[in-house]
Design a protein around this ligand. Structure first.
Ligand SMILES: C[S@@+](CC[C@H](N)C(=O)[O-])C[C@H]1O[C@@H](n2cnc3c(N)ncnc32)[C@H](O)[C@@H]1O
Length: 883
């Protein structure tokens, strides 16, 4: 048995974990001399807050016994949790390593008192056992030698995106969205991106199987060979449901995720997280969600209207919140909790939800969520937003009791009180008004508005079935606290201005602009008034007036008074999600200006050159993005690629783009879905801040040899392209030992008979022409065979061969497939300088380096945005833990 020996002598007792679902052994300290930091700081923080405890004791309707459990759980450190990410088939393969290799090892580790450590367990309500949790805190796993192999696995798989270190309650909202492939989805407040990653996976659900089925169906017609091993993505090709859904584009996913965040730096964390999923169906934007711009769509033969705007099937509004449900990991909350935080965020939260409901299709759904337990940020926001959007006739609060039956939760509150910043608890808004009449307004009462209180009896709002909301409390299943509500749009509406809805005394300029636009009469039916200033789109209000998604933009008024209610906003402390008054002011006042200036300067710049806008101050840390330019399908470079790789006619040629003003392929060619192409083209120069879109498909390689295509396939683009590459550029590999050699050895020699050492692929790679090829690792039932299909780009140079994988991907694969951590051997470096003829091309991964766990290519110049922003909240283990 593997014992944590060093702990026995340690001054600090090893922890005792606590089981899930209420069973367990209580808690203890943790850490040795090296591992003490986090645990000690968690223990050292005093977890008392009189106002927090008084408010929730009077509010949540828990029995005395439950109250005790509630507070005990909230004061305990959170279990360690993680989720297997990516396509289902691949995620299950990585999960099998946990079950077969690491759990048996962890089960042998004992505590100092001889009791065994609890190994990770699947989260009972998460589908397909793809989410796991364990009582052993992160820092113990990180520091103690008996966990070393498991820790290595976690770090390695997290760094390549196969594992997402995510708090379990944070996994709930995407699961209740009923998101189907093919849908258009917006995540309004998406950074750091753990939920957006789940959404993206759902958009691609079953795609691998569908594409393979489509290739199979057309193989004969296209004169192409298919690989064996048709069972993919956890579903057989005859699984009718998976195969028929979203099958329109030869099986390729047609859905869309727009992931947005108003914080520029955080939106780059989002890119970092989501890029790992290599989705051509993803766009990242950087906007204030309260003013999310309307996104224009091009006219189509069946929908010829000029002003057609994108509406969404699903929207996630995981809004900035006071975050008291995260007190188990953000211990500072015990000191910092202040009722003013929730009050300060309420207005923003309502605006975000109203905007979400406006942008939905009829029949579409918004999931609203917070990691706060405060009803001012939850039920009150639902009630206020519903009221502004026309009430129960227009928006339905959907039942949630049929969702995730194994998740323990409480019903939403029908009644609640409001604590003001001074700690006084108010029952009703009329009590506040009465007090103000009698004693005059105070700095505390003036922050309270009617919408923060429960709807008054007999008002339309009183009929809202709040019990349909989900409230997750820490003691129910040993989690953080969370709130989730699912809203469905029943018909189009015209949102009421805030002042008509619930009285909010101090209006920001945002409010007045929204009111100003929304109170205009709709344009005459069928009219198509050209936008005088397309900033109307930026402000995103134009589509609110119409029944359909074909609208006429209106002229936006100049913003006269940029004075936001800074007091309220400044009070909004949100665990790093705080939206400062400054941020609001910048966003509100700069957008129209920025749009116009951007257009003026963009065409003068060389690709890669830094952009500066005259007379307009960029937001702090903000870069200017290179334009997205699509290249024609008959562009000479596309034809070269097509010819070299013998691309199937089924692969679209009209979705390749570059990131430079000239629109010429210089270093990188990206690929997107058709819908993203339409969006990026149609909205170019309209002020929408697209900061990411497209998967790197080809990088230019400086190859001197005649007839060798300079465009090498990128590993990100490989899963999208590989099925369409002709046999002429394919190498098939069936034996584990062959792959192991290719993973450990960089640039194994082919020349001078070196190919003979490459086993089953030796002959093939010896005769295949120079340049990039597709290495297909085929599954088989042989003893030394693979149970999962993998495809990797391979570069054949004059004298050697090389897998086009970043080092951490090689290491992760070696560990996963072979449980092998042999150091990599670089034959190229070992041989000194490059051999003749290999000089230009024999190190295709040269420059591929790891920046914050992400492979980047030092040679790339036309996508500067991913290099400039440091991902500063990445945890030590490579994860960015979502709340
Ligand atoms: C609770 S976090 C979102 C967590 C994220 N959904 C996830 O799962 O990783 C809230 C996010 O909202 C962003 N935010 C704050 N105010 C915003 C606004 N007005 N518009 C858009 N995003 C905002 C913050 O920068 C923060 O990243």
């Amino acid at each position: 048995m593997n014992t944590i020996n060093n702990l026995r002598n340690s001054e600090i007792n090893y922890y005792g974990g606590r089981g899930f679902g209420g069973r367990g052994r209580g808690r203890g300290g943790g850490g040795n001399n090296r591992g003490e930091d986090n645990r000690i700081s968690f223990d050292k923080v005093e977890k008392q807050n009189e106002r927090l405890e008084r408010y929730y004791n009077g509010l949540l309707g828990l029995s005395e016994e439950e109250k005790h459990d509630f507070w005990a759980a909230l004061k305990r450190e959170l279990p360690n949790s993680f989720r297997f990410a990516g396509s289902k088939g691949h995620a299950l393969a990585v999960q099998r390593q946990l079950v077969d290799r690491y759990i048996p090892e962890i089960s042998k580790i004992s505590h100092y008192d001889g009791t065994l450590v609890e190994p990770p367990q699947p989260v009972p309500w998460y589908p397909d056992d793809l989410a796991w949790w364990m009582t052993t805190p992160k820092n113990v796993v990180r520091r103690f030698p008996p966990f070393a192999a498991f820790q290595k696995y976690l770090v390695s798989e997290t760094s390549v995106g196969n594992i997402s270190r995510q708090e379990v309650v944070s996994m709930i909202p995407p699961l209740v969205m009923d998101l189907q492939p093919g849908m258009t989805v917006l995540d309004m407040c998406a950074a750091p991106g753990s939920k957006a990653a789940q959404l993206l996976e759902m958009i691609h659900r079953g795609e691998e199987a569908r594409v393979r089925k489509s290739l199979q169906d057309h193989a004969e017609e296209d004169g192409r060979e298919m690989s064996p091993g048709v069972e993919v993505d956890g579903s057989k090709p005859d699984d009718a449901d998976e195969l028929s859904i979203d099958s329109g584009d030869y099986g390729r996913a047609t859905g869309l995720l727009i992931a947005n965040d108003s914080d520029y730096k955080r939106s780059h964390m989002l890119i970092h997280q989501l890029k790992r999923l290599s989705s051509p169906n993803l766009i990242v934007t950087n906007h204030d969600a309260t003013l999310y711009p309307s996104i224009k769509l091009p006219p189509t033969p069946d929908r010829p209207a000029l002003n057609r705007y994108l509406k969404f099937d699903r929207i996630l509004a995981d809004v900035p919140c006071s975050g008291d449900g995260t007190a188990r990991k953000n211990v500072n909350l015990w000191q910092d909790w202040n009722p003013g935080n929730a009050l300060g965020l309420y207005i923003t939260q309502v605006r975000i939800l109203v905007r979400a409901l406006q942008m939905l299709k009829v029949g579409g759904r918004v999931v609203y969520s917070t990691c706060s337990m405060n009803p001012v940020e939850n039920e009150a926001v639902i009630a206020s937003a519903m009221e502004r959007c026309g009430g129960l006739e227009k928006v339905e609060l959907l039942p949630s009791d049929d969702k995730l039956p194994l998740l323990k939760r409480k019903l939403g509150l029908k009644k609640w009180t409001v604590m003001d910043k001074g700690g006084h608890v108010w029952e009703t808004f009329s009590d506040v008004q009465k007090d103000v009449e009698e004693n005059g307004a105070t700095q505390w009462t003036e922050k309270l508005v009617e919408g923060m209180f429960p709807p008054t009896p007999n008002s339309p709002g009183s009929k809202i079935p709040f019990e349909r909301c989900m409230r997750v409390y820490p003691h129910l299943q040993d989690t953080g606290g969370f709130f989730i509500a699912i809203l469905e749009k029943k018909s189009e509406f015209r949102a009421l201005p805030e002042s008509d809805s619930k009285k909010i005394e101090r209006k920001s300029p945002v409010t007045s602009i929204v009111e100003e636009i929304e109170s205009r009469p709709p344009p005459p039916e069928g009219s198509s008034i050209a936008p005088k200033i397309e900033a109307a789109d930026v402000l995103g209000q134009v589509d609110t007036k119409m029944e359909v998604d074909e609208v006429s933009p209106v002229v936006i008024q100049k913003r006269e008074d940029p004075t936001v209610d800074a007091t309220i906003e400044r009070e909004a402390a949100t665990n790093g999600t705080k939206r400062s008054a400054d941020q609001d002011l910048t966003a509100d006042t700069e957008l129209p200006k920025k749009k116009i200036k951007t257009e003026e300067v963009s065409s003068d710049l060389q690709p890669g050159a830094p952009r500066q806008q005259p007379n307009s101050k960029p937001r702090s840390g903000q870069q200017f993005e290179e334009p997205f330019r699509y290249i024609p399908g008959d562009h000479p470079e596309v034809l070269t690629v097509e010819k070299f790789y013998k691309l199937s006619p089924r692969f679209p040629r009209d979705r390749f783009l570059v990131r430079n003003a000239q629109g010429e392929p210089a270093k990188t060619i990206y690929y997107t879905s058709a819908l993203i192409r339409d969006i990026l083209k149609e909205n170019e120069g309209k002020g929408i801040k697209f900061i990411h879109g497209g998967v790197k498909m080809f990088m230019k390689q400086d190859v001197q040899a005649e007839g060798v295509c300079k465009w090498r396939i990128q590993s990100e683009g490989m899963p999208i392209l590989e099925g369409y590459v002709g046999e002429e550029r394919v190498v098939r590999l069936y034996k584990k030992e062959t792959l192991r050699k290719l993973l450990i050895e960089m640039f194994p020699k082919i020349a001078d008979g070196g190919w003979k050492n490459l086993g089953e692929i030796g002959e093939r790679v010896n005769t295949i022409g120079m340049g990039c090829c597709v290495l297909r690792i085929e599954p088989s039932t042989a003893e030394d065979g693979f149970d999962e299909r993998v495809v990797i780009p391979l570069w054949r140079s004059l004298h050697s061969l090389n897998l086009m994988l970043a080092k951490e991907d090689r290491t992760a694969m070696l560990l996963r497939v072979f449980n092998d951590s042999t150091p990599l051997i670089n034959h190229h470096r070992a041989n000194g300088k490059a051999e003749d003829g290999d000089a230009e091309v024999d190190d295709p991964t040269a420059g591929v380096d790891v920046v914050n766990g992400e492979a980047t290519d030092a040679t790339e110049i036309d996508n500067p945005m991913t290099h400039d922003v440091k991902v500063d909240q990445t945890e030590e283990d490579g994860s960015t833990q979502g709340s």
